[in-house]
Ligand binder design. Sequence first.
Ligand SMILES: Nc1ncnc2c1ncn2[C@@H]1O[C@H](COP(=O)(O)OP(=O)(O)OP(=O)(O)O)[C@@H](O)[C@H]1O
Length: 251
Amino acid sequence: MLEVKNLQKSYEKDKPALTDISFNIKPGTFVAIIGPSGAGKTTILRSLNQLIKDDDGQIILDGKDIRTANKEQLRKFRRQIGMVFQNYNLVERLTVIENVLHGRLGYKSTLAGVFGKYTQEEKEEAMSLLKKVGLENFALKRCSELSGGQKQRVGIARSLIQHPKVILCDEPIASLDPASAQNVMELLKRLTDEYNLICIANLHQINMAKKYADQIIGIRKGHLVFDEDADLLSEDILRTLYDQDITKELE
Ligand SMILES: Nc1ncnc2c1ncn2[C@@H]1O[C@H](COP(=O)(O)OP(=O)(O)OP(=O)(O)O)[C@@H](O)[C@H]1O
């Protein structure tokens, strides 16, 4: 269970980016965070793995507060939190399987990581995850040769090999064509169910959020204005969230 309580963050004095954000997410839940540009979605996501130091509140994963963790504890927390990025963050000149194996770096000494020392078991797991994301025939291709949708599936396999409890996806489909976006959302939903994950994605595509997410969190000007089952996202809520009529997005 992930519990966020009264999260606060200001980048500049008297200009709060997040005010009193609280929500709970159960394992096996695919969550979309929606809201206009500048609402605070990225700030929430980055606070969850402490890439951004928030100002106050609690972020409790399975009963332990990430915010009070020391350096070593934070390293262990971060192993449990995979990241999927809009621009994939792959090493383009390396092969697909090498990029997936990079997800194991949090478990290794710096030296073992530098020399790319991976066990047979890790390599086999990387292959089996590539199969799971539909890329078993691409293991030895360079990432630079892949399409955007394929790169994102490599990014997802890389996050899974960490054995995460939580996957944070920052605009995972923003750079993809509609068909690839659909595939990636389907994959995230399927993996969330299969691995009993907490998967949280920042999204601008409301129709995708409604179609694939179990739970939707709506953020407006740093405040939480909606936190319900995706089915309950209504036209009224969207008008409040975006300050305008964007209900055609739901069609
Ligand atoms: N590094 C920073 N320094 C100062 N202000 C920042 C910084 N990062 C974000 N902000 C401000 O914090 C607020 C929330 O930004 P955030 O990036 O979290 O919004 P967002 O909902 O993710 O937006 P988008 O959908 O455009 O990515 C905005 O007012 C933004 O200008």
